[in-house]
Design a protein around this ligand. Structure first.
Ligand SMILES: NC(=O)c1ccc[n+]([C@@H]2O[C@H](COP(=O)([O-])OP(=O)(O)OC[C@H]3O[C@@H](n4cnc5c(N)ncnc54)[C@H](O)[C@@H]3O)[C@@H](O)[C@H]2O)c1
Length: 358
């Protein structure tokens, strides 16, 4: 296939490396407005071609697909032009900067029968897939709540707040593992440096089945923390993505309430302090899985695991969180629940919609 990667800044080169190494790719074109970034790509991978204006790519014959890793607000206009031309499109997270623009791309991809995939990278990690298995096997019991912390110092983004920057990963992990999407969110935060751009925020996701998830994001923290805690009635799980080994720990800990008691004096919680277990997880590069999956979906006409609807679900949560931030944490309903519910089918393999829709 002939593929183009648009945006070779911080993240784009990781995508370029994986697509260059794929035996499914015969030609790769790198595109960026910044000539220095193109020179760097050409130095690293002499076989790639380079272009500075993405509009020129629209004229390239036999181009199969584009991979977009530009700033978030440019995702929609760029992707729209390529989908309209009948190209397959991969977009880095978050899919777009608003629900309406995300839905427009989803519908366009359906109409043109092209693959639209979003870079929810964590859905391709061995750790998150292990956690999904553990939750689905009932090892943790009934899930009570989830708590995620994704904080570090910087990088301040000029045009999007910390929720749009960091929370897409947490939200996609939560929805992927729980197979549920929230009905409303509350978000509170503060813009300390740039007016209107919150640099710290805590978002609460409220699910219909009673589960609650807390997501804390910050660009103003001395430590890099990437931790997800899932608390169930039987066990508790901690996923620490910064840990080089033993990323997942399952704690056989819990609280038990006595089934019968007559008086308040008899009522006592009992706490269980059991073993801690760290399951083995495979070692592979998630981005390689993700990029190969995109190419396979194009070749075989399949719907990706992180398809346009998956991107739309995350964007709808981000948009509601941003609205809530401006209203001091007031609960905001998720937009488009009916559309999301219609497409939120499960064939037993994650969120795959319908295979072979072409
Ligand atoms: N999956 C992940 O873990 C992950 C990690 C980091 C970033 N991202 C996502 O990747 C995307 C890019 O983020 P980044 O941190 O690399 O940003 P960046 O600012 O470092 O890079 C963006 C690049 O796009 C180029 N660009 C901008 N407009 C362009 C246009 N019209 N045509 C061609 N090139 C253009 C810029 O010159 C720049 O080199 C964002 O959507 C971000 O959320 C994903």
């Amino acid at each position: 296939m002939k593929i183009a990667v648009i945006g070779c800044g911080y993240w784009g080169p990781n995508l370029v490396r994986n697509f260059v190494q794929s035996n499914k790719v015969r030609e790769l074109i790198c595109c960026d407005l910044d000539q220095k970034r193109l020179d760097r790509m050409k130095n690293l991978y002499p076989s790639v071609n380079v272009l500075s204006d993405y509009k020129e790519l629209l004229k390239v014959p036999d181009l199969d697909a584009v991979v977009i890793a530009t700033p978030v607000k440019t995702h929609h206009p760029i992707a729209k032009e390529f989908l309209e031309q009948g190209k397959h499109v991969f977009i880095e997270k978050p899919l777009t900067h608003s629900y309406d623009t995300a839905l427009e791309l989803v519908k366009l991809a359906e109409e043109k029968k092209k693959v639209l995939m979003v870079g929810h990278t964590f859905e391709y990690t061995a750790a998150v897939n292990k956690i999904k298995d553990i939750v689905e096997n009932g090892e943790l019991g009934k899930i009570l709540y989830v708590s995620c912390t994704r904080v570090n110092l910087g990088l301040f983004q000029p045009d999007i707040n910390v929720v749009w920057d960091l929370a897409p990963h947490d939200i996609s992990i939560i929805m992927y593992v729980l197979r549920e999407y929230p009905v409303s969110v509350n978000s509170q935060g503060k813009a300390h440096f740039k007016p209107g751009i919150e640099d710290v925020a805590t978002t609460t996701l409220n699910f219909k089945n009673g589960i609650v998830a807390f997501v804390h994001n910050s660009w103003l923290d001395p430590n890099k923390i990437r931790r997800t805690t899932i608390v169930g009635t039987k066990r508790m799980l901690v996923y620490d993505d910064v840990e080089p080994q033993e990323k997942i720990k399952i704690y056989d800990k819990g609280v038990e309430v006595p089934p019968y008691y007559d008086t308040y004096a008899e009522f006592q919680f009992s706490y269980r302090y059991g073993d801690i277990h760290s399951p083995r997880i495979d070692d592979y590069e998630p981005l390689k899985r993700e990029s190969e999956h995109f190419l396979t979906c194009i070749q075989k006409g399949l719907c990706p695991l992180s398809d346009g609807y998956s991107g739309l679900r995350v964007v709808s949560v981000l948009e509601a969180a941003s609205k809530s931030l401006k209203q001091n944490g007031k609960a905001v309903s998720i937009k488009g629940l009916k559309i999301l519910a219609k497409k939120f089918r499960n064939n037993g393999n994650g969120f795959l919609m319908t295979n072979g829709w072409r």
